[in-house]
Write a protein that binds this ligand. Structure first.
Ligand code: GAL
Length: 451
């Protein structure tokens, strides 16, 4: 059912698991993977993963964000993680930026500053140079949508800014510039020798019109896709520029509210490396689905909600599990994979995140989550077999229960339970972890037989 070299993975991110060593400003311990990495490796082996997705902490490696000062202990830590993985026959997929920006760079304007792109490029080159002899799958930036919109328009994620209607577009733009610069650096300096692949992880829900035959709902669904998946995937995979419906909707709204500045959606400069073609595969983070219809805006205030003029609706037949935003819709993944194949020129796809959470009361025997993994992997198999999508790998989110951003430790996505009340932060496999391990072993075994 799955190609011979299919990647069976699980993922984590530095800030969500590593914790900080004593003496640093932030006392968060998270899963203390900085000290308990060997325990994580045991979990990875217990699952039988072929791949492990981790992120590097930019601040741990380069404390002021620049290559002027390198923290050798950080380099040693990641060298050990990478070497240990390879010694166990597990390939690392490494994300350079997963929501944790060095404070020194935030103080200089963070992702809103145009200079961030070259700073990111230097950091990326440092990582390619230092780890690229062993890392063959790279993700530059995780979910630019979330950082741009939730971090700079809604103020829910770091850096917690609420600057609606302007900042998110600027941040998204600088993230695309940063990603493209890093991809070009890899392409021209490192690719020949290192032979790896580089992409950015784009999150997207599967979207459908609320009423299948309704013209307004269909148009709203197109707009919503353009302002989410299309915002980042269209420039990289199709034209080198934003979707036209996104730009025209933003400009029309500016005009309506008498905003006289230049377009709030920036333009790519011809003097900078092109954005088009800067992904060697499609990295998709999929969690949930939505129905879409035309929506209300924010009145006289500029905001993305008014620009896109859409509303997301949950289908009552979709179960909500754990967090309120997460309607569990495994078949939405299959539809989205087909949509990606058709819209973005049939790319190789890695599903770099997928999962669902539980909130208390906790169950180690989490039967519902086990069923979810079974259903989802079946949908992925159908996408490959019946729809001809070139899916190359699947990474469950997450290896471990971890620090779930604004929800702290209350929301658990792990295949392994972490006891945050225990000083040893002990890890215990959930039923869903056992189920995932069983599926991996079954499909890997099938792959062996086909050989
Ligand atoms: C993603 C994010 C992950 C994880 C997940 C579950 O947006 O990349 O870090 O938190 O959501 O909410």
């Amino acid at each position: 059912m799955f190609p011979r070299d299919f990647a069976w993975g699980a993922g984590t991110a530095a800030y969500q698991i590593e914790g900080r060593v004593f003496g640093e400003q932030n006392g968060d311990v998270a899963c203390n993977s900085y000290e308990l990495w060997e325990k994580d490796l045991e979990c990875i082996q217990q699952l039988g993963l072929t791949h492990y997705r981790l992120s590097l902490s930019w601040a741990r490696l380069l404390p002021d964000g620049t290559t002027r000062r390198v923290n050798q202990k950080g380099v040693q830590y990641y060298n050990k993680v990478i070497d240990d993985l390879l010694a166990c026959n597990v390939s690392p997929m490494v994300t350079l930026y997963h929501f944790d920006l060095p404070q020194a760079l935030q103080d200089q304007g963070g992702w809103k500053s145009p200079d961030i792109a070259t700073l990111f490029d230097s950091y990326a080159k440092f990582c390619f140079r230092t780890f690229g002899d062993r890392v063959k799958l790279w993700i530059t930036i995780n979910e630019p949508y979330v950082c741009a919109k939730l971090g700079h328009e809604d103020g829910i994620h770091a850096p917690g800014l609420k600057e609606p209607g302007i900042a998110a577009y600027l941040v998204g733009h600088n993230m695309l510039r940063a990603h493209a610069m890093a991809w070009h650096s890899y392409n021209s300096i490192y690719r020949t020798e290192q032979k790896g692949a580089v992409s950015l992880a784009i999150n997207s829900d599967w979207l459908e019109p609320l009423h299948a035959g309704c013209t307004e709902d269909i148009a709203a669904t197109y707009r919503h896709f353009a302002f989410t998946l299309g915002w980042f995937a269209w420039p990289v995979f199709v034209t080198g520029d934003y979707p036209e419906i996104m730009r025209s909707a933003i400009n029309a709204q500016s005009k309506k509210l008498g905003y006289n500045g230049s377009s709030r959606l920036p333009s790519f400069s011809k003097d900078e490396p092109s954005i088009l073609g800067t992904a060697d595969f499609f990295a998709l983070n999929y969690y949930t689905s939505r129905k879409v219809k035309p929506g209300e805006g924010c009145g006289k205030i500029l905001c993305m909600k008014s620009d896109r003029h859409t509303e997301e609706v949950l289908d009552p037949s979709w179960p909500i599990c754990g967090v309120s935003w997460l309607a569990v819709v495994p078949h939405g993944l299959r539809k989205l994979l087909k949509y990606i194949k058709d819209t973005f020129n049939h790319p190789a796809v890695y599903i770099t995140e997928n999962g669902f959470s539980q909130v208390g009361p906790l169950q180690i025997e989490d039967a519902q989550r086990s069923e979810f993994y079974k259903d989802t992997i079946l949908e992925v198999a159908k996408a490959i077999q019946e729809d001809g999508v070139n899916v190359r790998g699947y990474f469950a989110w997450s290896l471990l229960d971890n620090f779930e951003w604004a929800d702290g430790f209350s929301v658990r996505f792990g295949l392994f339970h972490v006891d945050f009340a225990d000083a040893k932060l002990s890890r215990t496999i959930y039923q869903s972890g056992r189920e995932y391990a069983k599926m991996i072993s079954k499909y890997k075994c099938g792959q062996e037989e086909k050989r």
